[in-house]
Design a protein around this ligand. Structure first.
Ligand code: GLU
Length: 458
């Protein structure tokens, strides 16, 4: 039975790298029918807070990465917060002391390596250190392959203030929680030899390790950090990103699903995901690609789903609080669905649709100048308003409106385009927006005519 864990330290924000590590663990558990454990590594008390924990829980839930064991989910191997596991650590430390694999020195407890010892003066650290002659520690990493590293100095496992160090509690928990596969960022590869020696000293089976490649920052060399632009998961949540888009994007950061697959459902990702498909080479964060994926997901949303998400976003932004109040439900829905194919993301909607909901919309001065400088736009707009006024023009379909405009244009020996720009400027104040006849249909005859008349009078 495969058991994996995601073991975040709640030190602030939940960033793209953490989300990717969580995702790969979750995918591996779901792919293999194993168990996904959430363990909170909160031993560094000063840097941790409850608010930080909620950031982790919220982000995981938003991404749909449900955990089978852990805080809030229960399980047979708890507690799942390291800050609550001290008695367990004491037992394990005692085992090492009893077995002669740990000793006290200068108030701290040290892990004892096995091998011939001799003192040398380390010029770099300017002190005498005890070196231990050991065989190299071998790590058979499922992604990196065979890695060897020499541990040749005893190391502290409990600080003089009594707090156990990361390496120790990390290994104890992996043993106690019966973790079979440790999937984590490559920055931990250099710790792994210490971990392997600890597993062996406890007489516990060494889990499989899979160190996943780093995520490089968008521009320039180096690892992406939480200070980099676009690094925080909560930012995408706030901006109304579709969580599946982020999951899809993250899955491809260091994993190759084969072929040129890009947009995949979560079910498909679960089916295809496996550790041998994870690359050794680093992945580069590409915010444009993420935005593009999000756009594809927005476009593909079923109407009801799209409207629900859009309305939730408007509510969070308080979009309608200052204006005349909430718009008519059916009108709002029509406006949203008309805009769906044209926007890059949900976050664009408030600005993109603003003129639909107020008669006080701004007229873009540049667009006005350009539109009004050629031809006879006022005459065209007058003609158009007079045609649209006629009850025989059916305002319930885009096609009927389009035909009425085309008929008018033909009668004047002109084209649709001679009416389009000035009409759009009059009813929306700009030159971008959804398709013109769809806009007329959704706004309705009265609103369209009122706007045109006001524009002509100005
Ligand atoms: N708490 C460690 C981290 O956040 C986890 C290390 C591990 O996964 O073993 O990097």
């Amino acid at each position: 039975m495969i058991r994996v864990r995601f073991a975040p330290s709640p030190t602030g924000f939940f960033h793209i790298g953490s989300a990717r590590t969580a995702l790969f663990n979750w995918l591996y558990a779901r792919h293999t029918g194993g168990t996904f454990v959430l363990r909170i590594e909160d031993t560094d008390r000063e840097r941790n807070s409850e608010a930080f924990l909620n950031v982790i829980y919220d982000s995981l839930k938003w991404l749909g990465l449900n955990w089978d064991e852990g805080p809030g989910a229960g399980g047979d191997h708890g507690p799942y917060r390291q800050s609550e596991r001290d008695p367990i650590y004491r037992d394990y430390i005692q085992k090492l002391l009893d077995a002669g694999r740990a000793y006290e020195k200068d108030g701290a407890i040290w892990f004892k390596l096995i091998g011939e010892r001799h003192e040398i003066f380390d010029a770099h650290r300017k002190k005498t250190v005890v070196k231990v002659k050991t065989a190299p520690t071998e790590i058979n990493d499922l992604i990196r392959g065979r890695v060897e590293r020499v541990e040749d100095e005893d190391f502290v496992i409990v600080r003089s203030d009594g707090s156990p160090v990361f390496h120790l509690v990390n290994v104890i928990d992996d043993i106690a929680m019966k973790i079979t596969h440790v999937i984590r960022g490559e920055d931990h590869l250099s710790n792994t030899s210490k971990h392997v020696e600890l597993f062996k000293a406890f007489g516990a089976p060494v889990p499989h390790f899979a160190h996943i490649p780093l995520i490089l920052k968008q521009n320039g060399p180096g690892k992406m950090s939480k200070r980099d632009q676009g690094a925080l998961v909560e930012e995408y949540q706030r901006r109304g990103y579709i969580p599946h888009a982020l999951v899809n994007f993250l899955s491809l950061l260091g994993w190759n699903p084969g072929g040129d697959r890009e947009i995949m459902s979560v079910a498909e990702i679960i089916r295809l995901f496996d550790l041998p498909g994870v690359n050794q080479s680093n992945a580069r964060f590409d915010e444009k690609k993420l935005a593009h994926m999000n756009m594809a997901y927005v476009l593909a949303l079923a109407p009801d789903d799209f409207v629900t998400r859009a309305k939730a976003f408007f509510a969070k932004q308080n979009t309608f609080s200052q204006s005349a109040g909430a718009p008519d439900e059916a009108y709002l829905r029509d406006v949203l669905l008309l805009s769906q194919p044209k926007i890059k993301g949900i976050e664009d909607l408030p600005a993109y649709t603003a003129y639909f909901f107020t008669e006080d919309y701004a007229i873009d001065a540049k667009v006005r100048e350009k539109t009004m400088s050629k031809g006879a736009p006022k005459t065209r707009l007058r003609e158009l308003a007079d045609v649209l006024k006629q009850p025989s023009v059916d305002f319930s379909t885009d096609l009927a409106i389009e035909e009425a405009i085309k008929k008018l244009a033909a009668a004047k020996g002109l084209g649709f385009g001679d009416y389009q720009a000035v009409a759009r400027l009059a009813v929306s104040g700009t030159n971008i927006g959804p398709n013109l006849t769809g806009m007329f249909r959704v706004m309705g005859r009265d609103r369209v005519l009122a706007r045109m008349e006001r524009f002509l009078a100005a």
